[in-house]
Design a protein around this ligand. Structure first.
Ligand code: HEC
Length: 210
């Protein structure tokens, strides 16, 4: 991020020096998606096929890229419907597991990195990288909103439990072009793991709601 800011600042400084309108330069600075894809591919030469596949945007990412995460209404609805169609619910209809395990998963950023193959433990949800959850935890990211008191705020309703399960399974089903990972749809977490994380947010006994 710092490098990008620095690059942008340098470009703007140059533009001023050359007497160019800086705003126009900032606008024109966004390269076409094909160019971005090519740069990313070139940055990871000689990857195995499964890794190489992870660099290629799927239909949803392509649409979000195309519209800089602000798709027009028809595309917004297309992404939303596609995401909702990927959600698989537990056979028994029970959407909450153990908040204790959910807290461990929310803390863990293990899994799917170059150094995690072959996997030596279960993949985590890494929720704290972007959200505050239990108020006791002092280290968390702020890209996503604070989820402290989340279940209580939503009145612990059945609808809110279902919406939370769906949000974690595929965030685009609620908000197309969300920055949040698609934990269920992309096979990052299992249904049981998602249930445990739903419990962390929605169980009245969870520290998130104390
Ligand atoms: C890369 C950052 C990132 C990670 C990791 C992440 N989220 Fe999010 N999350 C976001 C952002 C950004 C939003 C706000 C936009 C949206 O609603 O999609 C959000 C929204 C949410 C919401 C909806 C909040 C509301 O306003 O009602 C819930 C619930 C949620 N995240 C739960 C989780 C859980 C649980 C995890 C871990 C399994 C997680 N998130 C991991 C970025 C992230």
């Amino acid at each position: 991020m710092r490098t990008i800011d620095f690059a942008l600042a340098s470009a703007l400084a140059l533009a001023f020096a050359a007497g160019l309108p800086a705003a126009a330069l900032a606008q024109d600075a966004a390269p076409p998606a094909s160019e971005v894809d090519a740069v990313i591919e070139a940055a990871f030469p000689g990857l195995d096929a499964d890794w190489a596949a992870r660099l290629r945007p799927d239909a949803t990412m392509e649409q979000c890229n195309q519209f800089a995460n602000l798709p027009p209404d028809d595309v917004f609805e297309e992404i939303r419907t596609r995401a909702a169609g990927t959600i698989v619910y537990p056979d028994d209809g029970v959407l909450m597991g153990s908040w204790e395990n959910g807290e461990k998963l929310a803390q863990s950023g293990y899994g799917m990195r170059f150094s995690d193959y072959p996997a030596r433990r279960e993949t985590g949800g890494n929720c704290y990288a972007c959200h505050q959850l239990t108020p006791q935890e002092v280290s968390y990211g702020t890209l996503g909103p604070s989820l402290a008191g989340y279940g209580e705020m939503l009145g612990f309703s059945d609808e809110a439990v279902k919406a939370t399960y769906e949000k974690i399974y595929d965030p685009h089903a609620a908000l197309p072009c969300s920055m949040m990972p698609r934990f269920g749809t992309n096979g990052v977490l299992t249904i049981d793991q998602i249930k445990d994380i739903v419990a962390l947010l929605m169980d009245p006994a969870s520290p998130v709601n104390q």
